[in-house]
Design a protein around this ligand. Structure first.
Ligand SMILES: Nc1ncnc2c1ncn2[C@@H]1O[C@H](COP(=O)(O)OP(=O)(O)OP(=O)(O)O)[C@@H](O)[C@H]1O
Ligand SMILES: O=C(O)C(=O)C[C@H](O)[C@H](O)CO
Length: 320
């Protein structure tokens, strides 16, 4: 096997994150961070042991400097980052005491919304990465960003897609069309249930959604069901199988749990784990991540993830 520069390249936008525990008003206390589904997933993939590059555009200003420094601090390579003109995207994130969140975006016209197939061509994904991970949020940034997602699907050796539907960014018909366009031949698709399975696939159960995506030609599907575990359907198995929930030690903020799942499972598959092992580790990492604040606040190192999975009731083996 030839040596590649990266195990995983993640395509998407990094956002400034302004986190509060109250509805926004003048003078409310807030916590500033860096997040966005692409960074959350890339950081999780790096924490899971992969060599990860982020393919994105970041504003060529002081805020952008801070964002690049944070990406590197999270163990993610910035060699594919284009420091371009324009402002960085931002979002207000409110986490209620139970961990449920609300988002408000300020990202229209952001630097990363200029992502295009040219960025994908320049990155030489097929030569440089075992696996590419991107999402419905990336495709919703702009028409050119959606084209970049489609180009990434074509160029990638292996392609993982997290539908991450955000109705504030894109209508469900367009998001569903993108999901259908990228599903054929994808290595893995990770919709969440019931939100995305119903809005994008019109399915009432996780099993139905998994079957629908498999019929579109996806090699494997992992439907994430919040605290209720993960439903997996793959080529190599008879029908579907369900990973029991990996109970969280504490639930502070569920923002980014799905991104941590997607980043971890992609990393572990790229590193050669079998699907059941990769899914188990991803669920354990996501379960730990809800104990921290913000999209990158609670991402565990792989050792803690393995230990958490091993001590979870009904745990599956994570050897290897
Ligand atoms: N309360 C919880 N307890 C344990 N594990 C959780 C909990 N919430 C989420 N998880 C883990 O995270 C995975 C992803 O969660 P979920 O299905 O809510 O993703 P999501 O809606 O895509 O999240 P996001 O869009 O914020 O990234 C779940 O399958 C589960 O493994
Ligand atoms: O990337 C985005 O658009 C976000 O909404 C930021 C959040 O961290 C992300 O959605 C959590 O999954």
């Amino acid at each position: 096997m030839t040596t590649m520069d990266y195990d995983v390249i993640v395509l998407g936008e990094v956002l400034l994150e302004v986190g509060t525990s109250a509805v926004f008003r003048d003078g409310v206390e807030a916590r500033l961070g860096c997040s966005g589904d692409a960074l959350n997933a890339a950081a999780a993939a790096a924490a899971a042991g992969a060599r990860v590059g982020l393919l994105t555009r970041i504003g060529d200003d002081e805020v952008g400097e801070g964002i690049v420094a944070r990406i590197e601090e999270l163990g993610v390579d910035t060699g594919l980052v284009d420091r371009t003109g324009g402002h960085n995207g931002c979002y207000l994130m409110r986490a209620d005491p139970g961990g449920t969140r609300g988002f408000a975006y300020m990202r229209r016209g952001s630097a990363a919304s200029g992502l295009s197939p040219d960025d994908v061509r320049r990155a030489r994904l097929g030569e440089r990465a075992r696996c590419v991970l991107t999402s419905g949020i990336t495709a919703a940034l702009s028409d050119t960003a959606r084209a970049a997602v489609l180009a990434a699907k074509e160029a990638a050796n292996e392609f993982v897609y997290d539908p991450n539907h955000r109705p504030a960014l894109v209508g469900s018909d367009e998001a569903a069309a993108t999901l259908r366009a990228v599903s054929e031949g994808a290595k893995l698709v990770t919709p969440s249930h019931p939100g995305e399975t119903s809005a994008l696939l019109g399915c009432g159960t996780s099993e139905e959604a998994a079957r629908e995506l498999r019929a579109l030609g996806t090699e494997a599907v992992a439907v994430t069901c919040g605290g209720d575990g993960v439903l997996v359907e793959a080529e190599s198995r008879d029908g579907s199988w369900r990973l029991p929930p990996v109970p969280a030690r504490s639930v502070v903020d569920q923002t980014g749990a799905g991104d941590v799942f997607a980043g971890t499972v992609t990393a572990r598959l790229a590193l050669g784990d079998e699907l059941p092992v990769a899914v188990g580790l991803a669920a354990a990492a996501a379960s730990l991540s809800v104990g921290g604040r913000g999209g990158t606040g609670g991402i565990p190192a792989i050792g803690s993830t393995r230990e958490h999975l091993a001590t979870s009731p009904g745990s599956v083996s994570c050897a290897g």
